[in-house]
Design a protein around this ligand. Structure first.
Ligand code: GLY
Ligand code: MN
Ligand code: MN
Length: 440
């Protein structure tokens, strides 16, 4: 028996979700938990559907990301029930018959039309906490998303079970393999579109399957934080390559960024190595009790230290942080929770009864403000960019003397650097989930 096998780990995961559901129902005052998998959405005035995105609560219970109009039903003390739509449909491939490690742990009811779920749902509807989108309503069963249940479940979702971590490790390996293919394509002279295709081919996932749109940026495009244009032709000369791309596995996401210099002897390569070393030190800071807001502020100081070493910054890191100059070079957050969603829920949650922990002033894009605890998985993704729009603000705000503009001119053609890994917080040392995936 393999201890990392999801089949081995699933019963404990299910027991954890059942215990969480028991508490959520107590808090919301309902007797049953109902989770519709979701319905297809259609484009306006058209019969084209959007790529289906399953209800994250549904895929938390079951490794199913493609089944629509299905339901997870849980009543405390009873085995979970799965109402599974397998339609008669000769236009599309229908979901295969229920199979996999989850089947023996639940009662499965196969239905042929969405309406057949109705008599299988526990009544009355008013006694059900129904977590889902409005368009999942079926008869009286209208999603009510009770806040006490959602606040509790979202907060608890931060603590990944061993089953979830095992699936997330696979998502890491798929992405790391594809990142290597993308680097090879870059070094062979491919343009953005072809690098993207090389990535998808290696990941065996198309653009609708990867957990977010691939960011494949050559040269100055690396300075656009979420660059997704994918130029069809290679530039005249490729100096640098920033790729932020993940992979999905059983509904879990990975989110990895790497930056490369074409010239391994260049100053830009040295700067990448400095950011990489700093990033690994930041990853080691993912420890129980660490305040993620402090990690973010510490990251500013560390990155500004690098800019000082490379002669871009003329003032101390502390001064650059105080004046806002550091935010022009590092204009996003250090990272975010990740799991069933790339930007997972509850990054700001003050407690399992609601409330929000505010971002530190002057850091509007930070997506995680909590104190770290064992079981949480977060990204650590420091970056340094040369973004004219933001550097113009530095000048306008009277801080031009903080920067050596000739050095900015030297680095501008390379766009920027971001290095991103996922890190598991444990009882002891941080566990980087991404680095071993590249090493393997
Ligand atoms: N890929 C989006 C992010 O890193 O948050
Ligand atoms: Mn990220
Ligand atoms: Mn990313």
């Amino acid at each position: 028996m393999n201890a990392a096998d999801p089949a081995t780990l699933y019963p404990q995961h299910l027991a954890t979700l059942r215990a969480r559901a028991d508490e959520a129902l107590l808090r919301s005052g309902h007797e049953h938990l109902l989770i519709p998998s979701g319905r297809r959405h259609y484009q306006l005035f058209d019969d084209r559907d959007y790529p289906f995105a399953v209800n994250p609560h549904f895929k938390h219970w079951l490794p199913l990301t493609r089944v629509t109009d299905s339901w997870l039903v849980y009543t405390p003390g009873q085995r979970p029930k799965v109402i599974y739509l397998q339609p008669f449909d000769y236009w599309h491939v229908v979901p295969e018959a229920p199979n996999g490690w989850w089947v023996e742990h639940v009662d499965v009811h196969v239905i042929r039309t969405p309406e057949e779920a109705l008599p299988l749902l526990p009544g009355p509807a008013a006694r059900c906490a129904i977590l889902g989108e409005a368009n999942s309503a079926l008869g009286d069963y209208v999603p009510n998303n009770p806040a006490p249940a959602l606040d509790y479940l979202h907060y608890q979702r931060s603590y990944k079970t061993p089953y979830e971590v095992a699936l997330m490790r696979v998502a890491q390996r798929k992405a790391a393999h594809a990142h290597r293919a993308a680097e090879r394509a870059f070094r062979a002279g491919a343009g953005e579109f072809d690098i993207h295709m090389a990535y998808c081919e290696a990941a065996r996932q198309d653009a609708t399957e990867v957990p977010y749109q691939n960011i494949v940026a050559l040269n100055t495009h690396g300075a656009v934080l979420h660059y997704t244009e994918l130029d069809r032709d290679p530039p005249t000369e490729s100096l640098s390559f920033l790729i932020d791309a993940g992979a999905s596995h059983c509904g879990y996401a990975s989110d990895i960024t790497r930056t490369y210099a074409a010239d391994r002897g260049s100053e830009f390569q040295s700067m990448i190595e400095a950011v990489d070393a700093a990033q690994q030190a930041m990853c080691a800071g993912v420890r129980a009790g660490a305040d993620y807001r402090q990690l973010h502020v510490d990251a500013h100081l560390s990155l500004m230290g690098i800019l000082k070493d490379f002669g871009v910054l003329k003032v101390s890191p502390e001064a650059a942080l105080a004046t806002g100059v550091s935010a022009a070079f590092f204009p996003h957050g250090l990272g975010h929770p990740i799991g069933l969603q790339v930007h997972d829920v509850a990054g700001f949650a003050a407690s399992d009864r609601g409330g929000t922990i505010a971002r530190p002033e002057g850091h509007p894009y930070l997506r995680m403000t909590r104190v770290l605890e064992p079981g949480m998985v977060v990204t650590i993704e420091p970056g340094l960019y040369f973004i004219d729009m933001l550097l113009d603000e530095v000048k306008k705000n009277g801080h031009a003397a903080s920067v050596d503009w000739a050095r900015v001119d030297a680095f501008r053609p390379y766009g920027g650097i971001r290095i991103e890994d996922e890190v598991l917080c444990t009882d002891g040392a941080a566990e980087n989930l991404t680095r071993p995936a590249f090493a393997g």
